[in-house]
Ligand binder design. Structure first.
Ligand SMILES: [Mg+2]
Length: 214
């Protein structure tokens, strides 16, 4: 059986890593109070090199935007942490015969750097990053490409685990997958598709998959 996982705020704590980085960056450039929240707000959903052209101007920095992007990629990858139980759970799923894939929206270099730094990459049969294939979740084509990268067919069915109601749960719907929503303390409000299951953490999601056994 196939299971796809979202990366940010599902398997790793992106929010915490971004806040840590923004704090350190603001300190290193002696930026005025409140700069951290401006940075976090700009990069809250996603970060791309173009965001650093904007931030450079907003803060009047002399740095080359390309250097700022690399500083961000290195810093965030260094501070990236797996959420509790993720690695052990993935290992157990694979041992039980599951095919595992990553489906993530974002820039290839930052997503790959985080997967490598956390040691998560080796737990997956395929890794699908939107920038690398040119299609973002929730598009069907993103999941179809992810299945191909895992060496399986999407039509055989499977599961999607993620924290985003639109891109992950909506994506599961487009791809014909069953959906587990990682609530991270939130209440399910609305979305393009009701999840099949709501859990509080990726560890709980993995536990659930181990019980259903496909
Ligand atoms: Mg996410």
């Amino acid at each position: 059986m196939l299971a796809f996982f979202d990366l940010d705020n599902t398997l790793i704590d992106r929010r915490g890593g971004l806040e840590d980085w923004a704090r350190g960056f603001a300190r290193s450039r002696r930026l005025p109070g409140g700069s951290e929240s401006v940075i976090c707000e700009r990069l809250r959903e996603r970060a791309y090199p173009a965001d650093f052209v904007h931030l450079r101007e907003a803060f009047g920095l002399a740095d080359d935007p390309g250097d700022l992007w690399r500083e961000y990629v290195d810093g965030v990858a260094r501070s990236a942490r797996c959420l509790p139980g993720a690695r052990e759970g993935l290992e157990a799923l694979r041992a039980a015969g599951w095919t595992l894939g990553i489906t993530t929206n974002g820039a290839g270099d930052i997503q790959r750097a985080k997967l490598a730094a956390t040691g998560l990459a080796s737990h997956f049969d395929g890794i699908c990053v939107s920038e690398e294939i040119g299609v973002r979740k929730p598009a069907y084509e993103h999941f179809d490409a992810a299945a191909a990268l895992c060496g399986v067919r999407l039509s055989a069915g499977g599961w999607m685990v993620g924290d985003n109601p639109d891109t992950d749960m909506g994506g599961a719907s487009a791809a014909g997958l069953r959906a587990v929503w990682v609530a991270n303390g939130r209440e399910w409000a609305s979305g393009p598709r009701e999840p099949d299951a709501v859990v509080q953490s990726v560890a709980e999601a993995i536990e659930l998959l181990r019980e259903v056994k496909g």
